[in-house]
Design a protein around this ligand. Structure first.
Ligand code: LLP
Length: 426
């Protein structure tokens, strides 16, 4: 299978020589293409919020903000990254199962200061109680202080078509509330209090291989919202989460397929009962293909009976997905025995199998088997589709600083996006 890169090989080699390796290179044009495809699938009035957990490199978030994406964050850290990228609170939503008391306090403080987040999606009755207490203490919902808007996260109890580790929408997962729990929470929350319950939030899973579980979940979300809205004012919002996959064309459903399912479900609802606000919060789809991890060969070992092992200077510390989920990331050589490979040769020169391993002191630090030309120490390789859950899941294990991140402008210019991390300390 040919590895498709979003950037010309000579620009990737230029990034390696200017910034050193490993280096992450993000093609701005690929971000724009993905944003345009998402917008075409989920046009206004859909709200499209980029889920920063996929990639929180400031320059990347900034570009997506400039492309019209709103922000979806899970912590004050991601919230700060969104703000630094120019995204105002009014375009930012906070969700996530790990919100700390500090995160909740910050959301309440922003609301009390008259600069509220668009909404906070609440995971559990306990979290709602904690948030309500803070909001009441801050006087939200009283006098000239409007209440804080919240969504309630539904566990849609479906069987997502994805890796078990990414299937958060099934009943046994830790995420969200059952329909019964969620309805009870709504019934127990007085209207006119410090929190305004605005609707339902759900997320089925990531890298969804089919639309069926997602469609079932959206159907459940819409039905629950309609039921709740019949008994209470102000419930007007459904957030369907993210999950749109990336892969070879034809191998995975594009966002438009998901949107088509949503449109069919919405089409069956009388206009007067349609949710006023619909939102989606994709991460991977917007960023995965846009970034390449450029690495340098450290060792080439020929092992009789095992074949060729190529050790490169990027591994689980920079891109843990192959090790954590068995994810396949295509690898293409940018040089072979010191000689540049031009883009046309990238595919045809893939002649010998090799296992590509990372530099970390762990046997599991491997990108698996790839077809690669002859390589020696110093040669460059490009690891594809590294833009989602690469930099954001990086670690400094083995004392390895965060790698530099670079943007590749459509005119070929390389712009520093984030400097290399400090050598010592985190
Ligand atoms: N909304 C919620 C509530 C989420 O939990 C997630 C991802 C998203 C949106 C964005 O999902 P996306 O559109 O990116 O699929 N580390 C894994 C993926 C974990 C996804 C976590 N939640 C990976 O490398 O594949």
């Amino acid at each position: 299978m040919q590895t498709v890169l979003p950037a010309p090989a000579d620009r990737l080699r230029a990034a390696a020589s200017r910034f050193g390796t490993p280096v992450g290179v993000t093609a701005v044009q690929a971000l724009a293409d993905a944003a345009a495809e998402l917008r075409a699938a989920f046009p206004d009035p859909w709200l499209r919020a980029y889920s920063l957990k996929a990639n929180d490199v400031p320059a990347v978030v900034e570009r997506l903000g400039a492309l019209g994406l709103d922000a979806n964050v899970v912590s004050r850290g991601e919230w700060a990254a969104a703000r630094r990228a120019g995204l105002p609170n009014a375009r930012t939503t906070l969700e996530g199962i790990g919100k700390t008391a500090g995160d909740l306090r910050a959301a309440v403080r922003a609301a009390a200061d008259g600069d509220p987040l668009r909404w906070v999606a609440v995971e559990s009755p306990e979290e709602l109680d904690a948030l309500a207490l803070l909001a009441a203490r801050a006087g939200l919902g009283h006098g000239d202080r409007p209440p804080l808007d919240v969504l309630l996260r539904l566990n849609p109890d479906v069987s997502p078509e994805t890796h078990a580790g990414l299937a958060v929408g099934h009943g046994a997962s830790k995420f969200g509330m059952t329909e019964t729990e969620l309805s009870a929470v709504v019934a127990a929350t007085p209207e006119g209090g410090p929190l305004a319950i605005r609707g339902v939030h759900l997320h089925v899973g990531s890298q969804l291989g089919a639309v069926d579980a997602w469609r079932d979940a959206v159907r459940r979300g819409l039905a629950l919202l309609a039921l709740l809205a019949a008994g209470r004012a102000g419930l007007d919002t459904l957030d369907v989460g993210g999950g749109y996959p990336v892969g070879d064309p034809g191998s995975v459903p594009p966002p438009a397929r998901f949107a088509g399912e949503a449109a069919r479900l919405l089409g069956a609802i009388p206009t007067s009962r349609l949710p006023r606000r619909l939102a989606t919060e994709p991460g991977r789809f917007l960023v995965a293909h846009a970034s390449v991890l450029v690495a340098r060969v450290l060792h080439v070992r020929e092992r009789p009976g095992w074949g060729r092992i190529v050790v490169v200077d990027a591994g689980m510390t920079e891109l843990i997905r192959p090790m954590l989920y068995g994810a396949h990331h295509g690898i293409a050589a940018l040089t072979s025995l010191g000689r540049a490979l031009d883009p046309g040769e990238l595919a045809s020169s893939g002649i010998e199998p090799a296992r590509v391993d990372g530099p970390v002191c762990e046997g599991t630090d491997t990108f698996g088997d790839h077809a690669l030309p002859p390589l020696r120490r110093g040669d460059l390789v490009a690891i594809a589709d590294a833009g989602a859950y690469g930099a954001s899941m990086a670690s400094t294990y083995n004392g390895r600083p965060a790698i530099p991140q670079v943007l590749l402008e459509p005119d070929g210019t390389l712009v520093p996006g984030r400097p290399r991390g400090r050598l010592i300390g985190r």
